[in-house]
Design a protein around this ligand. Structure first.
Ligand SMILES: C[S@@+](CC[C@H](N)C(=O)[O-])C[C@H]1O[C@@H](n2cnc3c(N)ncnc32)[C@H](O)[C@@H]1O
Length: 203
């Protein structure tokens, strides 16, 4: 799907992903913070209408949230407010395959970005280079195993990364966790794939 397809989807179905962040992303970021990741600057890549960026900002992160759908970014801005929180979100229209930040950050979150697999692997690998030493990257997406065993998500296997695809993207990083993740989805269970990796500390 290109940006205009996504624009049409957001116009047809505002709040399409709900307002709560994915529990697995919350768990991975919280766990990293509990084990020494200092709250600082973050990127939410392919942020959609912003549920993860807003959650991060509510927990003190200064977030740059990027999506190539102008409609998603407009909806995200409408839903956002700095009131009562210490973090802030900059909303940016940008293509994940070409955009890059001006400075390195402490955290990159990528939730449910599905591209042709070589492109996705390149995006993850590039996003790893945006991390400061010790910074964390969390990718969560629909697994190909979801087609037979799960529910929802894209039905095109050419955009569903395996654990091995994510491992290729993380080749230059220290892998914290790389595995399937089962997610309750109504009466069913969805099969996601998780990569949590860290930029090597300088020693
Ligand atoms: C399934 S939605 C997930 C949105 C959000 N991460 C979440 O979990 O709520 C996928 C998002 O990826 C965005 N996207 C797809 N390809 C992109 C690209 N090349 N660059 C930037 N965003 C892209 C879409 O516009 C859409 O908002």
């Amino acid at each position: 799907m290109d940006a205009s397809d996504w624009n049409a989807r957001y116009l047809a179905q505002p709040d399409v992903w709900g307002t709560t962040p994915a529990a697995r992303i919350v768990a991975e970021v919280t766990n990293a913070e509990d084990h020494g990741l200092t709250v600082g600057t973050a990127i939410d890549l392919a942020c959609g209408d912003g549920r993860h960026a807003r959650w991060l900002a509510a927990h003190g992160w200064d977030v740059t949230a990027v999506d190539f759908s102008e409609v998603a970014i407009e909806q995200a801005r409408d839903k956002d407010s700095d009131e009562g929180r210490s973090g802030h979100v900059d909303w940016v229209v940008g293509d994940a395959t070409t955009w890059s930040p001006a400075e390195q950050v402490d955290l990159v979150v990528i939730g449910f970005l599905h591209l042709e697999l070589d492109a996705l692997t390149r995006v993850i690998s590039e996003a790893g280079r945006w991390l400061r030493p010790g910074g964390h990257l969390v990718y969560l997406g629909h697994a190909p195993e979801n087609l037979a065993r799960g529910v929802g998500g894209p039905q095109d296997p050419t955009v569903l990364p395996t654990v091995a695809d994510l491992a290729r993207g993380a080749a230059d990083l220290e892998v914290v966790s790389l595995r399937h993740d089962l997610r309750p989805a109504g009466q069913a269970t969805a099969v996601d794939v998780l990569l949590h990796a860290r930029n090597w500390e300088r020693r």
